[in-house]
Design a protein around this ligand. Sequence first.
Ligand code: 5GP
Ligand code: ZN
Length: 113
Amino acid sequence: MSECLFCRIVGGEIPAAEVMRTSEVVAFWDISPQAPTHVLVVPTTHYDDAMAMSSADPDLAGRLLRAAGEVANSQGLDAGYRIVFNTGDDGGQSVRHVHAHVLGGRAMSWPPG
Ligand code: 5GP
Ligand code: ZN
């Protein structure tokens, strides 16, 4: 059994509210949403972070980014949205399985906290 939380969600060992699933990408609601829409998009293959994924498989990275946009469209985020890859300790990454946050449904502030 994997010790990686998101590998376990991908494998169905831990339930999540999924909005999209393909052979290589799974999208599911964040358990602690920071916006009216807050969905995480992860590859089914484990990579620690965005750099690891995009270095090993740039085509997968592109398809994951497209999937994030498709999630935004499917959630009706016509007014815009934010895609975030928190990376490393200073980036605020708490789960070391690469994931895109898709946030929307309210105006986002800048700079981020
Ligand atoms: P990070 O902090 O690594 O950028 O993002 C990890 C995200 O995973 C957080 O926003 C957190 O709320 C979410 N998260 C942590 N545990 C779970 C879980 O068990 N299920 C779901 N759906 N989300 C989780
Ligand atoms: Zn993993």
